[in-house]
Design a protein around this ligand. Sequence first.
Ligand code: C2E
Ligand code: MG
Ligand code: MG
Length: 818
Amino acid sequence: MPTQIGLSVLNNVPALMAYADRHERYLFNNNAYRDWYGIDPQAALGKTMREVLGETNYRRLEPFITRVLAGEAVQYEQELLTVGRPRYVHGSYSPDVGPDGAVRGFFILVSDISERRALEVRLIESEARFSGAFQSAAIGMAIVSPEGRYLQVNAAMCQMLGYSADEFNDLLFQEITHPDDLASDVAATIALLESRQHSYAMEKRYRHKTGADVHAILSVSLVRDGAGVPLYFVSQVQDITDRKVAEERLFREHELSQVTLRSIGDAVVTTDVAGRITYLNPVAETLTGWRLEEAHGHHVDEVYRAISYERGAAILNPLTLAVSEERVIWLGTGTILQQRDGREIPVEDSAAPIRDRSGAVVGGVLVFHDVTQQRALAGQMEHMAHHDALTDLPNRTLFRDRLEQAVSHAHRTGGCVAVLFCDLDRFKHVNDTLGHAVGDRVLVEAASRLRQCIGSGDTLSRWAGDEFGILLPQTHVSARSVSVLAEQVVAAVSAPFHLEGLLDPVEIGISVGISLYPLDARSSDALMQAADVALYDVKRNGRGSYQFFAEAMNEGARERVSMEAILRQALRNDALELEFQPRINLTSGRATSVEALVRLRHDGELIQPTRFIRIAEETGLITLVGHWVIEAVCGQLKAWGGTALRDLRVSINVSPMQARRDDFYASLIAATEKYGIAARQIELEITETTLVEPKPRITDGLTSLQKAGFTVSLDDFGTGYSSLSYLNRLPIDTLKIDRSFTRDIASPQGGAIVAAIVALGKALGKGIVAEGVETEAQLAWLRAIGCEEVQGFLFAPPVGAHDLERILREGGLLPTEA
Ligand code: C2E
Ligand code: MG
Ligand code: MG
């Protein structure tokens, strides 16, 4: 039993102390029973625990009571209902074992641990809260051992780096840190461990399980135990990869735009919404004359001073307009930029508003470039389009424009206009013999001479090759003044051209055809045509002169066009025919040869060669005509074989253009071979024009034909330019005196000329034929002066092949008597 002192101690401890017997009756209670259960300790003695503690409490303790009575020392924690409030208690029941080994009763010690319990509960709750927060946190969280091993990670962390929670447990943070970021991370953890820091945060890169970089912001703190020993790191990891990527892209875009702006050829200026400069690229600096540092903050109007190209007045800055009207402004050409030093350059500009993310206008951008070069180029091209490159004269296009203007002006004012169509004579000859370089110099010189002939309001133009046009647009133009000018033109170009580097002067001439508005035509086209027709006439009548258009010429032009069509058709339809005119030997009185003369059958009518040979030559169709004639002549000679005409020689007229072609000689030989004709049966009649061509090829060709047995005669002798001196050297057997000389025989002078020609020809060893003998008087004179052969209507006109034999027979002219 407790002593008195012990009793008072027992009574005053803040715990229940008691002793109960094996029937659960209290044999001792301390004072605490009064506080806890509201019962006087004395009064509780002898009472059962069930009575004192109440039914509820008893049922909670009954299991422990049972166990202590069975001899077991029992400890428990339990909530009990006590006065004022429930108490959470720690109880211990110790069995009191008698000497017989049986449990006599037990000691009861119950202390109030409500406060500790409450603390514990709070701890549990807070732990649960932490773990909840930890697991479900949106950012990655990890508990990491001081060595760096992951002890625990949350779902976000797994998600972020691709490892499962279990896999993490085998990982050190060092293993999944980007090598470049490892050193600083490790250093920071060491700083924490050495207490130099409480926590740290850094941007670092992790390695995702797939190997990809994961950019993150890491914050770490270190948890220590009560003794200050490091327990673990708590890490928070925020994935900022997306942000990084966006930042990187932004950076690149910024870089790109900077580089672009610096390197493009356009000037770029940006401003804020008030028009104050925020940026100038280098080109803008050069063009405006302002440097970015100087211009910054200035109003754009100070830096970009634009004035109108046409009006010279300042124009509203396109940027101001773009910002105020919130739209793109294109000004295009026509703007002049006044540079800082006052110089002016033409520019092309455009402006646009700059908007922020929400679409609000926050500034403007102005883009412009220097178009000085384009302007100059455009001017140059414009000039080139309208001028001839060689002489720099206006070309045909510009001439026509001006002519049209002149015509419409003359129409309004009742004035006159003259068109002079000029063509250089013998220019082709110069080009062919002296080369194109000399030809070009002649053209340039001719142009400058022509230029000196005309007045300031007139237009001299080069149309093509050696063709020039002159336009006199004055209202006072009269036929007289125009002919004065035309005379000057002809004289100017006829004077010899002394060209540097050439020993001999070049001699050319010019032919001019003239038409007048409103006399000859009323439209510019018709005026050009009329001048062309007049020119053609000049050329036909011997060149080196000028001529006004006359209506009659126009008919000639029309005929020319339709004749060409007829000729083409005839060639297609084989509508050409041959007539033959005999040539009589005055000694034998018989025909020795016949001249083949081509005709064209059209609508039943026989058209003479005088109407179509020139056109054939101008259009180049002469080659086809000539070919046809050769074939037809050979065919005819073959047909005459075995008849009375078998010994006739046939002479063929060869146009200069034909003779110039290399294939002429081969095709002649081919035809004779094809029909089995001997060369001596064919004579070629060439004209002096053919020989004037100083092409050795032609002479060579003729010489070789001569060697092959063909004979060559010079037709229309006396009408060309031929100098008698060279006749000697040329491959010619016979001279055919032109019929204009025969016609003039009756006059004393004419007779003398023919006599001289005959004498000369004989002296040179050439045969002589007189053409166009029509009268007995002519024949008598020709006989008298020793002319050997004659041809003319007096003996026989040209006749068709069928009539030839009859005509010859009737005239007693057959070469040999059948
Ligand atoms: P040409 O070679 O001088 O031919 C002689 C021309 O004088 C022929 O005219 C003939 O009919 C004509 N004639 C003959 N005798 C007399 C006469 O007594 N009095 C008059 N007044 N005239 C006479 P045609 O047939 O009209 O031929 C004219 C020209 O056409 C020829 O002149 C010749 O240069 C050319 N020609 C004719 N046929 C051909 C041909 O096949 N090829 C070429 N390239 N030219 C041809
Ligand atoms: Mg002839
Ligand atoms: Mg002739």
